[in-house]
Design a protein around this ligand. Structure first.
Ligand code: G3I
Length: 345
């Protein structure tokens, strides 16, 4: 297809990125990426369970493949993610006697476990950051640490139960020390448009900044749908964090065709008006992003084409089409809506 390059269209505003798997660095998908994005992030290959599966073993191969692809094609990279409560090896949380740390009841041993866990985290962060600090500027340090439904708004993960918020502090400090001032450190989460969740993140970040913890910005995953949230809420959240002097980035953008609680399936027939609604929503969103370029520095999609998206398996297996290119890699109405905002949809 002879069509404009997405990243060239947005060159005056922000880099345009996509999440990829190592196998997508070859073939047609790679060609599509080379044309349209100038930033990439590993969809899974840099998560703790992939990059550090056991205490004494790092698995650099798949991550390196993605770094290599980016370098060969003059793309920037993001790192996702140093810390998460899922896709993390169980070994982090097992004590030296082979017992789950969470089962420990002796206060002295609990304290020793906490120190061991923080040491393991510190070592993980320093090792990974040292390896990629010259190749990767933008880093998700912690992912999804807030959960409004958990007792104090902090996600009750093993990390939190065993260390309180110390794990967050340790991760940011270790990343800064190992990577220096030039790498940018983000706290990443979904649902940041929700005012309740947004304020919980705000309070946490403010408290950490007051303690001197090095946080440069907030990553907004932005897994949205054609129905929700309104663009204004997305933008208000960015403005709120900018009040703290923080940068904002859109880290995992996609737009489901279904409402959150809807379990229906369009099957082989996605209605045209649904794709047009998606196009209208994407246009509105990107126009708002452009207007906020002073507080928004990257926009990254969670994939590039509808043939590969986590949403086709979540919350149920069904036809999904949340991205700008369809399952045969052709540009959708949403693509044209953002590259040519004057064109009628
Ligand atoms: O690699 C194994 C493979 O060996 C095995 O045969 C297969 C069987 O299920 O699973 C493969 O692992 C899968 C992995 O993706 C790689 O494809 C996991 O089961 C699957 O759970 C995993 O899903 C990823 C998910 O995070 C895990 O929570 C999705 O690809 C990835 O898109 C998704 O990304 C997250 C972000 O990291 C954080 N924000 C939300 C976003 C969407 O959930």
């Amino acid at each position: 297809q002879d069509i404009p390059s997405l990243h060239e269209v947005f060159a005056d505003y922000f880099p345009i990125g996509a999440a990829i798997e190592p196998f997508q660095t070859k073939g047609l998908k790679a060609e599509l990426l080379k044309k349209h994005v100038n930033m990439i992030v590993a969809e899974n290959a840099m998560k703790p369970s992939s990059i550090h599966p056991t205490e004494d073993q790092y698995n650099w191969g798949p991550a390196d493949q993605i770094v290599q692809f980016a370098k060969e094609n003059n793309m920037q990279l993001r790192f996702h993610t140093l810390v998460w409560h899922t896709q993390v090896g169980d070994w982090f949380f097992i004590d030296r006697d082979g017992k789950p740390m969470i089962d420990e009841t002796d206060p002295a041993k609990q304290e020793a476990n906490k120190q061991l866990l923080l040491e393991r985290l510190d070592s993980h962060v320093r090792t990974v950051v040292s390896r990629y600090k010259d190749d990767i500027v933008s880093w998700d340090v912690v992912n999804e640490v807030i959960e409004p439904n958990d007792p104090d708004g902090m996600r009750a993960s093993l990390w939190y139960q065993l260390t309180g918020t110390d794990y967050i502090e340790t991760a940011f400090r270790a990343a800064r020390e190992a990577g220096g001032e030039h790498i940018k450190l983000y706290i990443n989460d979904y649902g940041t448009d929700d005012p309740t969740k947004r304020e919980l993140i705000y309070e946490l970040v403010k408290e950490l900044l007051d303690k001197g913890v090095p946080i440069d910005g907030v990553g907004h995953q932005t897994h949205i749908s054609i129905h929700w949230p309104p663009t204004d809420l997305v933008i208000e959240s960015m403005e709120r964090f900018a009040e703290l002097g923080l940068d904002n980035i859109v880290t995992e953008l996609d737009m489901s065709l279904y409402a959150w609680n809807d379990r229906s399936d369009f099957g082989d027939n996605i209605p045209e008006d649904v794709l047009n609604k998606q196009a209208t929503r994407y246009r509105e969103l990107f126009e708002a992003f452009k207007a906020k370029q002073d507080i928004l520095s990257e926009v990254v999609f969670w994939g590039i084409a509808d043939d590969h998206t986590w949403l086709s398996g979540f919350p149920i297996k069904r036809t999904e089409a949340p991205l700008l290119f369809n399952d045969v890699l052709h540009a959708k109405p949403a693509f044209w809506a953002i590259v040519d905002p004057e064109k009628p949809i």
